[in-house]
Design a protein around this ligand. Structure first.
Ligand SMILES: Cc1cc2nc3c(=O)[nH]c(=O)nc-3n(C[C@H](O)[C@H](O)[C@H](O)COP(=O)(O)OP(=O)(O)OC[C@H]3O[C@@H](n4cnc5c(N)ncnc54)[C@H](O)[C@@H]3O)c2cc1C
Length: 470
């Protein structure tokens, strides 16, 4: 039987110990706050994922002091992109803030490392403890005040002065999005015994991933106009398990040979296996009905034979999941509650990457709650939306336009064909799509991005997706 400290009031309670929950827990615990994390599984646990860490994710892990533990994982140096019989090897760009390498590591191992890091910093992790319902404060009590400001270092997008000014003026002029209710805590259940317990806290972070049980219960919604991806992955034993490049195939097709708006990947794990998967954008009409299992079968049967992706090398059936992109959750803040990672819809629409954005949004949420606990109150929490906009607003808006473009097969086909004939063009694209542009550079990729950002700022969002909110 689990022992739950029911009378205790934590500074911060976090639901979910994936990338975003453990990052928030680490930064808050490291700053000295009293933090509890509820996780329904027991580590190590499986999580369906491509297992690919880009330089952005590595930077966050190094900042949390997990860098040394990663040296056991498979290190890689860039992306081999393949389509229409051509292949290009693109190295990660040199960047002042991000390393020129990434890792492939199973979430089974990675999520445990980061959760353990948060515990080492002082967070209390309650495993096999499932959050089942929010305890909503119907009386709306006044804020508790304490003293100085938070010292959790803000990052990740190195806010420039113009961005900061834009954020400040946006913050002053725009009303906050529809607010979530104030919470007193979370009712949870011991998964094994069924024992119930009420966890109470001054501030709460919902880092539940796409499950989003508590987020939905308090009224958070996904904006259905914004991109949603579906992806499927499986493991294979492969002679190329230690390839120094991850590989993506941009000419994925359905069983009828028609081009699909997505890509397939082969990510080498260095332990005898590769992670193989397919992903596509399913937001708009016809792509909603695409069967990702068929898409995977078509890809596997056409994949380069050197990878050895044959049935006898399969390590088990493929599993899949949803990818909520482009900050697609509306209402990410309440007076004492914030949503992070997939619960906030924070996946990058350009490439489906979500781990680094989980770490980053967890860290931004931690900084806002740190400020709230130091006297900033609810205003510090509403600053979260503005900080997310400052870090990702323009970039994700361009990403949404990109998604709209590639959802048209002819456009996708022409762009990929054009790109595959120019390595410099694909190198720029890689910097843009992996969000690794240099803030201090006027190289072609950065100039192209600045132009796109200026256009994005002055135009409305793409609107061809369905219009209703779920
Ligand atoms: C097939 C696939 C491939 C992908 N490949 C990549 C990739 O290669 N690289 C990349 O960067 N991103 C990838 N992603 C995206 C990435 O997996 C997510 O963006 C990332 O896991 C989000 O982290 P998170 O912390 O928000 O949520 P999660 O990782 O989902 O963590 C949520 C945690 O909360 C727990 N939880 C949920 N509900 C409750 C509850 N009620 N009570 C207690 N605990 C609860 C869960 O058990 C889980 O541990 C992929 C996604 C899919 C589906």
């Amino acid at each position: 039987m689990a022992v739950y400290p029911e009378s205790h009031i934590y500074d911060v309670l976090i639901v979910g110990a994936g990338p975003s929950g453990s990052s928030a827990a680490y930064w808050l615990a490291e700053a000295g706050y009293d933090v509890a994390v509820l996780e329904r599984k027991h580590f190590p646990r499986e999580k369906t994922c491509g297992d690919g860490l880009t330089p952005r994710a590595v930077r966050q892990l190094e900042d949390m002091g997990v860098g040394d533990a990663l040296t056991e994982a498979h290190k890689y140096y860039g992306l081999r992109t393949c389509a229409y019989g051509r292949e290009l090897e693109l190295r990660w760009p040199e960047h002042p803030s991000f390393p020129p390498y990434g890792y492939v590591i199973t979430r089974h191992d990675l999520d445990m490392l980061v959760a353990e890091r948060a515990v080492k910093a002082g967070a209390h992790l309650f495993q096999e403890t499932e959050a089942i319902e929010p305890i909503i404060d119907t009386l709306q009590p006044s804020e508790r005040i304490s003293s100085s400001r938070s010292d959790i270092p803000m990052q990740p997008a190195q806010e420039s002065l113009p961005r900061l000014l834009a954020r400040t003026s946006a913050s002053a002029m725009q009303p906050a999005q529809e607010s979530l209710p104030r919470l007193l805590g979370i009712r949870a259940k011991d998964v094994k015994s069924g024992q119930l317990a009420d966890f109470k806290a001054r501030y709460i972070i919902l880092a539940e991933g796409t499950a989003s049980r508590i987020s939905r219960a308090i009224g958070a919604k996904r904006d259905k106009r914004l991109p949603l991806g579906m992806a499927l992955r499986g493991y294979y034993r492969s002679p190329r398990h230690d390839d120094p490049f991850i590989e993506s195939h941009l000419d994925v097709r359905d069983e009828n040979g028609d081009t699909l708006p997505g890509y397939a990947w082969i990510f080498p794990l260095g332990d005898g296996r590769v992670n193989v998967g397919v992903g596509l954008i399913t937001t708009s009409g016809r792509w909603k009905r695409v069967n990702t299992s068929n898409m995977m079968d078509v890809f596997i049967s056409n994949a380069p034979s050197s990878w050895g992706l044959r049935p006898e090398n399969s390590c088990g059936p493929a599993t899949g999941g949803r990818l909520p992109m482009g900050l697609s959750t509306v209402s990410k803040c309440g007076p004492n509650v914030l949503l992070t990672g997939d619960a906030a819809g924070s996946i990058n629409p350009f490439n489906g990457e979500g781990i680094s954005y989980g770490y980053e949004t967890g860290r931004i949420a931690a900084a806002c709650i740190g400020n709230a606990l130091c006297g900033g109150g609810s205003d510090a929490l509403y600053d979260y939306d503005y900080r997310l906009q400052a870090a990702y607003g323009d970039y994700y808006k361009i990403g949404r336009t990109f998604v709209k473009m590639i959802s048209q097969p002819e456009v996708m086909h022409r762009c990929v064909q054009l790109g595959m004939h120019s390595k410099p063009l694909m190198e720029w694209l890689l910097s843009i799509m992996a969000n690794l542009l240099r803030p201090d550079s006027n190289a072609p990729a950065e100039l192209a991005y600045k132009l796109l950002a200026a256009v994005a700022r002055s135009t409305p969002d793409p609107e061809d997706f369905t219009m209703s909110l779920s």
